[in-house]
Design a protein around this ligand. Structure first.
Ligand code: S3P
Length: 173
C-alpha cells in the first residue's frame, strides 16, 4: 500500500542517502534501514565480498529480498542501495509501497564525494580516477530513467536540515 509511513530514499552512491536517512528517521521517530546493511547482516559478509565471490546477479537478488522484507514494516525510512531501483520491477514496488524521494546530485559533485573511497565500492574499485567521471555520467543517464519515477526529486547538495524540512513538508507528519 502506498503510505507516508514508509519513506524511500533513492539515488546514486555517494548522494547522501544514509546520512539523511538516519537523521530523518531520528526526527520522525521512525525506524531506519539501509538495504546494504540488511544484506550484509543477512549474509554475514560485506557487500564487496558478495560481489567478489558470488557476483553482481546474486547481489541484485539479495537486494530484491531486502526490498520485499522492508515493505512489511511501517514507520520506517529506507535508504536503498544506488542500483536497487534499477533492477527487476523494484522501482514499481517502491512507488507502490511508500513515498519516494530521489536525491539528485550532478556527476561532478558525486566525483568529488566518491573519488577518495573507491576501494570498498565494488562498482568503482576497478576504475581509474580519470575514467570515473565519464562512467558516472553514463551510469547516471541510465539510472535516471528509474530514479525519475520517484514521487519527489530533491537537491542532494542542500544541507541535511533543509532536506529534512522539505521531506517533512511533503509527507505532512
Ligand atoms: C551500488 C551501490 C551501493 C551498493 C553496491 C552497488 C550500485 O550502495 O549497493 O555497492 O549499484 O550503485 P550505496 O548507494 O548505498 O553506496
Amino acid at each position: 500500500m502506498k503510505t507516508k509511513q514508509r519513506i524511500f530514499l533513492i539515488g546514486f552512491m555517494g548522494s547522501g542517502k544514509s546520512t539523511l536517512g538516519n537523521e530523518l528517521a531520528n526526527q520522525l521517530n521512525y525506524k531506519y534501514i539501509d538495504t546494504d546493511a540488511w544484506i550484509e547482516e543477512n549474509e554475514k559478509r560485506k557487500i564487496s565480498e558478495i560481489f567478489e565471490t558470488s557476483g553482481e546477479d546474486y547481489f541484485r537478488k539479495k537486494e530484491r529480498e531486502a526490498l520485499l522484507s522492508v515493505i512489511q514494516k511501517e514507520r520506517i525510512v529506507i535508504a536503498t542501495g544506488g542500483g536497487l531501483p534499477c533492477f527487476f520491477d523494484n522501482m514499481k514496488i517502491i512507488t507502490n509501497n511508500g513515498t519516494s524521494f530521489f536525491l539528485e546530485i550532478q556527476p561532478e559533485d558525486l566525483l568529488e564525494r566518491l573519488k577518495g573511497e573507491t576501494n570498498h565500492r565494488p562498482l568503482l574499485s576497478e576504475k581509474k580516477e580519470t575514467e570515473l567521471l565519464e562512467w558516472m555520467e553514463y551510469k547516471l543517464n541510465e539510472r535516471n530513467v528509474f530514479y525519475s519515477n520517484a514521487d519527489y526529486t530533491i537537491n542532494g547538495n542542500l544541507p541535511v536540515d533543509s532536506l529534512i524540512h522539505e521531506i517533512v513538508k511533503k509527507i505532512h507528519v
